[in-house]
Write a protein that binds this ligand. Sequence first.
Ligand SMILES: C[S@@+](CC[C@H](N)C(=O)[O-])C[C@H]1O[C@@H](n2cnc3c(N)ncnc32)[C@H](O)[C@@H]1O
Length: 259
Amino acid sequence: MSSPKAMLKNRSHLSHKVRYAVTNPARIAPYLKRHARDTWLRLKHPDHVDYYRAVMASDTARNPEAAVGSRSHDRWLALGKMQFDYLAEHGLAPHHRMLDIGCGNLRAGRLFIDHLDTGNYYGIDISPDILISAKQTLTTFGLQGKLPHLTITQNLTFDFLPDGHFDVVHAHSVFSHSPIEVIDECLAHVGRVLAPDGFFDFTFDRTEGAEHQVLREDFYYRTRTLIALAEKHGLRARFMEDWETRPHGQSKIRVSLPG
Ligand SMILES: C[S@@+](CC[C@H](N)C(=O)[O-])C[C@H]1O[C@@H](n2cnc3c(N)ncnc32)[C@H](O)[C@@H]1O
């Protein structure tokens, strides 16, 4: 949960960067390294998905759990459990069919796979490197028998998936790394694959000040921007207040088909 002050912060402003550097001197060298890598990868890959795939290749080579945003193994376990507990509280049942967009190395996916009936979990990701790590997670947790689908994707049109199929579509910490065009594409197509009573939950880095990005890796949006985008595509969208009580920096929106 973020404070109201944090909600107004613009991390792309020079004044914020200078203040941050003065109070966190140990972070200067890693930031400069990240900035140099970002510049190089941005020049090499003008397309965002290609760029972010290269970021994931570099991060995964170092540490797959850190690549999905966990600073320790305990945190990797805790962040997976937080996602699972939330959906279990919201009625996720074994017979449900789930699409996990940006499934990463199954931090939460392993718990969804275990809970759902065989074959009912579908994970997609843009990064082949993290999907290799996802397969390792399946092996580590002995989930081979659940036959989850793990598929690489280049876009979020879901053109290879059937109409009305998924009870739950989920994207955790994916739109926090996505420019608005990627979110728009997802919202334009997700309605087609949702079951009539299904829903799509996604997290995002929320700002109540100016929308901004840090490098091309982290994007901050206003709630009303994302709700309006969903509505533009004929979907209903609401801010999930009960997610705000969890110890997590991002907020959550739920999208469903109009009743
Ligand atoms: C921070 S990780 C989170 C992984 C997983 N959802 C979790 O919570 O453990 C973000 C994941 O989204 C993937 N990703 C980023 N942009 C994507 C996109 N446009 N489509 C599909 N996956 C994407 C990345 O490759 C990465 O595996």
